[in-house]
Design a protein around this ligand. Structure first.
Ligand SMILES: NC(=O)c1ccc[n+]([C@@H]2O[C@H](COP(=O)([O-])OP(=O)(O)OC[C@H]3O[C@@H](n4cnc5c(N)ncnc54)[C@H](O)[C@@H]3O)[C@@H](O)[C@H]2O)c1
Length: 438
């Protein structure tokens, strides 16, 4: 069965982790969804009622129900979805390239398609994180030019950032207030009315579209800067022989201290990327760029700590646990493991990577050798670096790492005693480590 296309009132463009979840929740709350994604496999699986996103509690059921109840269908033709909808929600990524310049390719293509399909009276809402000003100046104006419709009167424009956390997106969509800004009063009213019903959440209506855009980038900068501070304190704790984990518990026991957790790096397609949306637009001095430097320097810091203990890494067998940028999500974008791989290969180390969420072929694509923890050759590993603390590593038994001399715990999560009882030296970030025998 297919939805009567005339009823399909909301086009969600980009059916990835966030877009598919939004689409399924909108459908559950009574909207007809015409989702669009350029990936034909994604479209085919959704039309069969199957979610292609793993580890998102509740999503499989919502997608299956929405498709079965004729509330949702998908297409690989953005123009078709836009043409059959009166509300268009855009949620395709904007990333940065290797020189940290903003890469608009995906979203620019979507905007061209919107201009081709948009009907008079439609509301376009951008949810993708963007540099402030882009919704109106880059995208709104382009739709106006290409479609011949007047921005603010013939079609309406709003921005509402997506602030959810992977693995609990559905919960966060209801729990967090939705920040909404519009190009004018009518745009704001239309967008707020939509979100009230579609997400059933509280709203924060802000006075301009740029305020809404700025608020999301500011959240990410806040996190990056505070993680950088924690990393700086942790490195100083290493120098002075104090345990940073103990310090943080003590310091944060009053309400004005919120020291974050230090770690081997910051990854994913949010925190290491969005600060550049400010940096590239003029905030290029001060804490924001410094935090990027500190956090991206943590991989080198970890390797330098390892080298202090074991000397040269040439021809050493180094196993990195976790290709994903963080625990329990399959997401390699800007993962610290990529920085570790580069640096270790430059030092002529033999680099192995384990990640239960990735296939061997996917790991090979990063120029390293995948290694199963059941493989007998784990006995040949010299050094382990824990990068992403997946649940699978919680009960890891180190007894079969018979040649391993050092474990670097990049997330300060493992129990030192479990490591040391196998004769392996334990190192971490900002927690006094004891010397073993190398
Ligand atoms: N993932 C998160 O945790 C998170 C959290 C908060 C906000 N966000 C925001 O959501 C955005 C999307 O994140 P995501 O995790 O859903 O990304 P994703 O990579 O999982 O999905 C993006 C989807 O967009 C599709 N796409 C790309 N170009 C397209 C085009 N021209 N036409 C149609 N479809 C196209 C891709 O095929 C893909 O399925 C992020 O860029 C960010 O702004 C993400």
């Amino acid at each position: 069965m297919t939805i009567d296309e005339q009823q399909a009132s909301v086009a969600v463009i980009g059916l990835g982790k966030i877009g598919l979840t939004l689409a399924a929740v909108f459908a559950t709350n009574g909207y007809y969804i015409f989702g669009a994604d350029k990936n034909k496999e994604v479209v085919a699986s959704i039309n069969q009622g199957k979610s292609h996103i793993n580890n998102e509690p509740g999503l499989d059921q919502l997608v299956s129900d929405a498709v079965e109840n004729n509330q949702m269908r998908a297409t690989s033709d953005n123009v078709e979805a836009v043409a059959h909808s009166s509300i268009i929600v855009v949620i395709v990524p904007v990333l940065v390239d290797t020189a940290n310049q903003i890469d608009y390719q995906m979203i620019d293509a979507v905007v061209e398609d919107i201009a081709k399909g948009i009907k008079k009276g439609s509301l376009v809402i951008f949810e993708t994180t963007l540099p402030p000003g882009d919704t109106k100046n880059r995208f709104g104006k382009r739709i106006e030019e290409r479609s011949g419709l007047r921005l603010g009167t013939d079609f309406y424009l709003a921005y509402s950032p997506e602030r959810v956390y992977s693995n609990r997106i559905i919960e966060d969509l209801e729990k967090y207030p939705k920040v909404v800004g519009g190009i004018n009063e009518k745009s704001l009213l239309l967008a707020s009315t939509f979100y009230k019903q579609a997400l059933n959440c509280q709203l924060i209506e802000v006075s301009s579209i740029e305020t809404a855009e700025f608020s999301k980038v500011a959240e990410c900068v806040y996190r990056d800067v505070n993680i950088a501070l924690a990393n700086e304190l942790a490195q100083f704790a290493d120098q002075t022989g104090v345990n940073i984990s103990e310090v943080i518990v003590a310091s944060n026991s009053q309400p004005y201290s919120h020291i974050h957790s230090p770690g081997i790096g910051v990854g994913g397609h949010c925190i290491p990327i969005y600060p550049y949306f400010f940096i590239n637009k003029g905030l290029n001095q001060g804490l924001t760029p410094l935090a990027r430097e500190v956090n991206d320097g943590m991989a080198a810091y970890a390797i330098s700590q390892v080298k202090k203990e074991v000397g040269s890494l040439a021809n050493r067998n180094v196993l990195i646990l976790g290709l994903s940028y963080r625990e329990n999500v399959k997401e390699p974008t800007k993962s610290t493991t990529l920085l570790l791989i580069d640096q270790l290969l430059n030092m002529n180390a033999n680099v192995f990577v384990n990640d239960p969420l990735f296939s061997d072929r996917e790991i090979h694509a990063f120029g390293v050798t995948p290694l199963s923890l059941q493989d007998k050759s784990i006995s040949k590993i010299d050094i382990i670096i824990l990068q992403a603390y997946h649940d699978d590593y919680k009960n890891l038994n180190f007894k079969d790492f018979t040649n391993c001399k050092l474990l670097f715990d990049g997330r300060n999560q493992l129990k030192q005693e479990d490591i040391k009882k196998h004769g392996i030296t334990y190192q971490s970030i900002g927690q006094q480590s004891e010397k073993g025998e190398w």
